[in-house]
Every structure is written in C-alpha cells, then in structure tokens.
Design a protein around this ligand. Structure first.
Ligand code: BYC
Length: 332
C-alpha cells in the first residue's frame, strides 16, 4: 500500500487479490479510455512482448538506417549539405538511443537487444537493405523514407505505452526536418540540369516501391495487428497509414516535376485518395527474410562497429569505476 500525500493508494493491494482475467479486463478498460500505460503498471505479458518487439525493431532501424546515408557524408556536394547530412545521421543515432531506453523500461537490457540485432535474430526496417547509389538517393531517403516514417510515427505518438509514445513526439519533430531537407534535395535536382533531373527520377524509381512496403504488410496479411491494435500500440492499420503517406507524397512529386513510377496510379474523385497499382509483396518478404541487396553488408557493418567500439566501452566503464572510487573515498 502506498501513501501519496494524505491519500492512501489501495491499487497494489487490490491488484494482489485480482485474478489475471480481472487484471486484463481492467487493463483493456484503461486502453479503451485512452489512458497511457507506464512502466511499473501491471500489463499482460503479450503486451510487454509486442512492445519489446516493435520498439527494439524501431531502435535497430534507426541505428542500421544510419549506414546508407553515412555512406554519403564524405561525398555531399557542398559544405551546407555535408553539415545537414551529418546532423541528420546524428539525429538517427539519438533516436536509436531513446528507443533502446524505452525498450529497457519493459525489463530487457541493452546488450540483449544489441545481440539480437547482431546475430540476425531481430528485424529492422526492410528499407535499409537498399544501396545509396547517387546523391539523389539521399534526397529520396529524406523525402520518402523519413516521410513514411513521420506518417507512421505521428500515429504511434498516440499509442498507449507512455515512454514509446513520448519518444515519438521528439523523433517526429526531428524527422520533419529530415523530410524537408530530403524534399529540398529532390526538388532542386528535379529542377536542375537534365542529368540532375534524371538522377532524381532514377532515385524515385528505385525508392518508391520499398517506401510503400516499409509501412508493413497489407492489413489482411498483418499478423500482429489484431494485438497491436487491440492494445493501441498502433492506433491505425498499416494500410490506413500507407494511404495517408501516398496521398501526401504524390502531390509533392507532381510539384517537383517528378513521375511516380506506377502506371496504375490514379486519383479517385469520389474517395479523394490516390490509388496505386499492386505492391510487390514478394520483394518485401524476400528482403525481411534476409535476401535484399544489402542485408549481409548492413549486418556485417554493425558487427564490425560493435567489435571496433569495444575498447571505447571498456574505457568508459573503467573511467566510471575510477570516478566512483574517488567519490566513495571523498564520502568516507
Ligand atoms: N521491415 O504484423 P505486422 C527511420 C514485419 S526508421 C521489416 O504488420 P506490426 C529512419 C513485422 O515486424 C523508422 N519487417 O507487424 C532511420 C512482423 O514480423 P515479426 C522505422 C517488417 O508490428 C534512419 C511482420 O513483418 N520505423 O525513420 O503490427 C534514417 C508482420 O508485420 C516491416 C519503425 O520501425 C518492415 N518494413 O506492424 C532514415 C516503426 N514491416 O516481428 C529514417 C515501428 C513489417 O512478427 N514499427 N515487418 O517477426 C511499426 O510501426 C510496426 O512494427 C509496422 C508493422 C507498421 C512496421
């Protein structure tokens, strides 16, 4: 029993005498009332598992997602573009760190999560298994990949788990900047020389399909949606989010003078939505099973970074221990 100010909180006592079924009903009522769930509250085991799965995949995506763009920092075409790209890649590292911390509130430690990524047990977003072949790819990533991520994450910010939904608020603000710098690169290339325009169109041709797939399988094939949506971990389905991304992005392509690479693309006046042709789900499943163009390289680059960073972690621990000893001897 906890005493909070002058009031006594009976909740722990009540919880102790409740059956699991009663706890689940109470938990669902909280979710349905739009209440946030905080780390120390009771939660169904599968709610915890689903969150660890999703948040850790998200964290890994931010960390692996630094690789395709990092590839262009030394080759950015101007000092301004270099500074912007460097800041963006650093932001992605920061997102990864907040997200690992959010996952840790659910009782899993950082090393276990890192090991799951490095041994290939954990997934990360399919989109980061494609190569960045030209400077326009950096524009396409900011515009399309961060654009898709923002639409998804704005939805996730309304989700039920406090630490994850709050992390989304700051991440989305930073992603907005990423999205704008990407669109700016694409717009300028599309309105530049013929060769630059072709470079932008080629990047759009290669990144459009994977960006559509990135938002997850169709609702009919989405195995986790029944649980993730029942518990408001996701408040909208994959197809709803995908449609919002399409509706927002097609007019931007038109404004830049670029062509969406889909012969079936059409605007439906009745529904007021852009309709796309069939999505290549075979490609999506191939990539998430490890057979995309860069899966092996992404994993080996992360494994190498982990190994090369070992001495830094050891040095940081040794320094922290030394500081602790010093503080303890002052206190004694
Ligand atoms: N790639 O049942 P479903 C960024 C998996 S990074 C790989 O619909 P759910 C950025 C899914 O995990 C932003 N796997 O799942 C960083 C599941 O497999 P498991 C990344 C995918 O969870 C750097 C299976 O397919 N954003 O912005 O209800 C530079 C069935 O799916 C993918 C996030 O991570 C995929 N694309 O819904 C630039 C958002 N899609 O786990 C930019 C967080 C699905 O059962 N995640 N799978 O083995 C989510 O919002 C949700 O997990 C999803 C899927 C909407 C993606």
């Amino acid at each position: 029993m906890l005493k909070v100010g002058n009031t006594v909180n009976f909740t722990p006592l009540i919880y102790a005498i409740m059956t699991t079924e009663e706890r689940e009903i109470e938990f669902q009522a909280k979710i349905d009332n739009g209440q946030k769930i905080e780390p120390k509250e009771w939660m169904p085991e599968n709610y915890r598992k689903q969150l660890i799965r999703m948040i850790s995949q998200h964290a890994h995506s931010e960390i692996v997602g630094m690789l395709p763009e990092g590839n262009w920092i030394s080759r950015a075409p101007s000092l301004r573009r270099k500074a912007v790209l460097l800041a963006k890649v650093q932001d992605e590292a920061g997102h990864g760190l907040y997200l690992y911390s959010a996952a840790e509130t659910l009782g899993i430690d950082r090393q276990t999560l890192t090991d799951q990524l490095l041994t290939g047990k954990a997934k990360y977003s399919s989109i980061f298994n494609y190569p960045t072949l030209s400077w326009a790819d950096i524009g396409a990533i900011g515009w399309l990949v961060d654009g898709a991520a923002i639409v998804n994450q704005t939805m996730l910010a309304r989700g039920s788990y406090g630490p994850y939904s709050r992390a989304m608020v700051r991440i989305c603000k930073e992603e907005s900047f990423h999205n704008r710098q990407g669109y700016e690169i694409m717009y300028e290339l599309a309105n530049g020389t013929e060769a630059q325009k072709q470079m932008a169109q080629d990047a759009l041709n290669r990144w459009w399909g994977p960006s559509i797939q990135m938002l997850g399988p169709s609702d009919a094939a989405s195995i986790n949606s029944s649980e993730t949506m029942k518990w408001n971990i996701k408040v909208e389905s994959n197809d709803v989010v995908r449609q919002r991304f399409i509706d927002r992005t097609v007019p931007q392509a038109i404004a830049a003078g670029l062509t969406i690479p889909d012969p079936d693309l059409k605007y439906n006046d009745e529904t007021e939505h852009w309709e796309i042709g069939p999505v290549d789900w075979d490609e999506f499943y191939r990539v998430i099973k490890g057979h995309g163009p860069c899966n092996k390289k992404r994993l080996s680059d992360r494994q190498r970074a982990e190994k090369e960073g070992e001495w830094v972690r050891e040095a940081a621990i040794a320094y922290a221990e030394k500081q602790n000893k010093k503080m303890n001897s002052i206190a004694a």
